[in-house]
Design a binder for this molecule. Structure first.
Ligand SMILES: Cc1cc2nc3c(=O)[nH]c(=O)nc-3n(C[C@H](O)[C@H](O)[C@H](O)COP(=O)(O)OP(=O)(O)OC[C@H]3O[C@@H](n4cnc5c(N)ncnc54)[C@H](O)[C@@H]3O)c2cc1C
Length: 337
């Protein structure tokens, strides 16, 4: 992007909402360009390497409930995206500190899907053939004539792009900040400001041998310092043994700014009874400032003004499917679909 490039539709955020929006816009004959401050598409649908292991750090699995999402998943599978059914429920336990003996397997017959090689593969499949510009941060969105100007910052410095229409898919507080910086008035501001998110501290742990978590390799905890524990081999992400540990909402809130070594030690201590003698080889701590919307809305997406749409998981029931649903709705608002 150099100088005052003009694009048809600028999509800020190449997470699942932005990617789904861009796919639907393309299918409707529009020419979207996505910008994302991250190094690759996916946002919270994220997978990282840890030594030789592969770890899903954000979304762990997804469910498919709507016909539109089922069609999209079928299309992605047909294109070669290795989506697999991981389970029909997970083990449940009171607190991680109680150890694995009290964990109960639970199945509700509803498939939970993961992606072989890691959940980010879902985003990579959605991004295929789309114009995605990673490493590009939007700073402000301001009106100009019948369209919009975006102030951007990438590795080459600041630049501007003019867009006929804009879809904002960052977490809502971040999207509102972009509009605020550009002086755009938002009618529904008080309600949109009420869309807040839990943080999540995520510990990635590569092990010297498998931890043998109870089947199917994911455990949900009702209370205590850990909310979720997953075996990345069991879910098909990794060939090498590695765990994902999501701190509970309460701990993530309380310890968000604590020193990383202290948080790591605390979480490792909490999961120790579940390791069955396996030893951590490498760890890495990741902090999600915006993890899950606390009280998601059901608008789908919001047309802030003509030609500017706000989307993202907080507007369509949260989760992977909510993000995709919101992106599809945002495209519909721009194309009359
Ligand atoms: C720890 C964790 C566990 C989860 N577990 C599950 C689960 O098991 N199942 C499930 O269904 N869902 C889960 N989720 C939720 C799921 O990941 C999200 O609902 C979904 O990925 C959100 O997609 P999105 O496109 O709305 O937002 P995001 O993925 O947040 O995408 C927004 C994008 O905008 C970019 N961005 C932000 N600001 C700017 C800017 N100024 N300029 C340029 N780019 C910008 C970001 O880099 C990001 O890529 C989990 C999330 C987390 C964090």
């Amino acid at each position: 992007m150099t100088g005052e490039e003009r694009v048809d539709v600028a999509v800020v955020g190449a997470g699942l909402a932005g990617l789904a929006a861009a796919r639907a816009l393309t299918a409707a004959g529009r020419r979207p360009v996505l910008v994302d401050k991250g190094r690759r598409p996916g946002g919270r649908c994220a997978t990282r390497s840890l030594g030789g292991a592969v770890v899903d750090t954000g979304a762990q699995f997804f469910t498919v409930r709507s016909d539109a999402f089922a069609r999209l998943v079928a299309d992605l599978r047909a294109d070669g995206c290795p989506i697999r059914e991981w389970s029909q429920g997970f083990a449940r336990a009171g607190s991680v500190t109680d150890g694995p003996d009290g964990a109960d397997a639970s199945s509700d017959g509803h498939p939970r899907h993961s992606v072989t090689g890691g959940m980010n593969g879902l985003a990579a499949a959605l991004a295929r053939d789309l114009a995605v510009r990673p490493g590009t941060r939007a700073l402000a969105v301001r009106p100009r004539g019948a369209g919009w100007v975006l102030d951007l910052l990438d590795g080459d410095g600041p630049r501007r792009v003019e867009a006929g229409a804009v879809v904002l898919t960052a977490p809502v507080p971040q999207s509102l900040a972009l509009l605020g910086a550009g002086g755009v008035e938002v009618a529904d501001l008080a309600r949109l400001r009420g869309l807040t998110y839990e943080p999540c501290l995520t510990l990635m742990v590569a092990l010297d041998r498998p931890a043998a978590l109870p089947g199917p390799g994911g455990v949900q905890f009702a209370a205590g310092p850990v909310g979720w524990l997953a075996d990345n081999v069991a879910k098909g992400a990794s060939a090498e043994p590695a765990l994902t540990v999501h701190a509970s909402g309460d701990l993530s809130e309380a310890a968000y700014d604590l020193d990383g070594d202290r948080v790591t030690a605390l979480l490792l201590d909490a999961v120790a009874p579940w390791l069955r003698g396996a030893r951590p080889v490498t760890t890495d701590l990741f902090r999600w400032r915006y993890s899950k919307p606390r009280t998601p809305a059901d608008d789908g997406a919001v047309a802030v003004v003509d030609g500017l749409v706000l989307a993202g998981d907080a507007l369509a029931g949260a989760k992977v499917e909510g993000a995709v649903t919101s992106g599809l709705r945002a495209a519909g608002l721009l194309t009359g679909g």
